[in-house]
Ligand binder design. Structure first.
Ligand SMILES: [Cu+2]
Length: 116
């Protein structure tokens, strides 16, 4: 009984969390998605390694009202997004080989996308 119940609960929980995202069509190319939590201490994970020249969607979710993660900024791409608390915000990019930095609105929290 337990062996069946626990995976079902986990599945339900992940479906509930994924909720809105599941409804959106991902398109023919699919594309990878990387979840990034924005907490008091910064981004988790702070560095994401992805294949170059392939679309990737970073899904930022700010999980803390402490700290200064209320915006995420990709200076080199001219992208600035508000991050409402506990609401996933998607940033899709197709990186060339190299490193793309992202920061909070005040350039204090730091993260990077490494494409190779
Ligand atoms: Cu800041």
């Amino acid at each position: 009984m337990n062996r069946r119940t626990i995976p079902s609960l986990l599945l339900l929980a992940s479906l509930a969390l994924a909720g809105c995202n599941k409804a959106a069509p991902t398109g023919a190319t699919g594309g990878r998605r990387v979840a990034i939590a924005v907490g008091e201490q910064g981004y988790s994970p702070a560095s994401v390694t992805v294949p170059a020249a392939q679309p990737v969607t970073l899904v930022f979710t700010r999980t803390s009202d402490q700290g200064c993660g209320t915006q995420v900024v990709f200076p080199s791409l001219n992208i600035r997004r508000d991050l409402p608390l506990n609401q996933p915000v998607e940033v899709t990019l197709t990186p060339a080989v190299g490193t793309i930095a992202f920061t909070c609105g005040m350039n204090m929290l730091r993260g990077s996308v490494v494409a190779q």
